[in-house]
Design a binder for this molecule. Structure first.
Ligand SMILES: [Zn+2]
Length: 203
């Protein structure tokens, strides 16, 4: 049986009118599964702004109103549901087909687009519609680093007209600290893991 934690309800206003309603508090130490929902009104606004041309730059928005609900599945399992209720265009400092530079007010989560094109340089002339990077819903390393630096609970990528990818600080886990040479058990006979290829894109 599921139920909602109702220990407290917090409504917080900032100078920039973002508010976040947090219903319930996830049980400390519980295993949490996160779900992101975009309201119909937000989806229609962002869908109407979506374009299919290959030369566009990425765009950015600030989440002005959201609600996070914790739903208790069991004493050790909690679902966190992130409802996005309102977004506004962000003030963009610089943008290209491969990145967008912007900053929402502190405490205001961010959303940016990934385009339906593959670009081999920041200049739009090197972009083609489709290709391996089109409709990418994968946050880049820079996207994760910005999220963690800002301390927001989530961020969102719009990667198609009505497709949204939520990502969370817990997705970006730092590697375990290396042990000093000679300490601990040797992983004998195991080949080193292949190093990941550096991403071409800086999205
Ligand atoms: Zn990105």
């Amino acid at each position: 049986m599921t139920g909602f934690l109702t220990e407290y309800q917090l409504r917080r206003w900032t100078a920039h009118a973002f508010w976040l309603t947090l219903v319930g508090a996830p049980a400390c130490g519980a295993q949490t599964v996160r779900f992101g929902d975009v309201s119909d009104s937000v989806r229609s606004v962002l869908g109407a702004s979506w374009r299919d041309d290959s030369t566009q730059s990425e765009r950015a928005y600030c989440v002005r109103r959201a609600r996070i609900v914790a739903r208790v599945i069991s004493p050790t399992k909690v679902d966190s549901i992130y409802d996005i209720l309102e977004v506004r265009p962000a003030h963009v400092v610089a943008a290209s087909p491969n990145h967008v530079e912007f900053e929402c007010a502190q405490g205001t989560p961010e959303l940016h687009t990934h385009t339906p094109a593959t670009c081999y340089a920041d200049d739009p002339q090197w972009c083609t519609k489709g290709g391996p990077d089109a409709y990418s819903c994968q946050p880049s390393r820079a996207d994760y680093e910005k999220l963690v630096d800002r301390g927001d609970p989530f961020a969102i990528i719009q990667c198609d007209r009505v497709a949204f990818r939520f990502y969370y600080p817990s997705d970006y886990v730092a590697p375990a600290r290396a042990r000093p040479p000679g300490s601990g058990r040797r992983e004998s006979g195991r080949r080193p893991s292949p190093q990941p290829v550096s991403p071409r894109r800086l999205r």
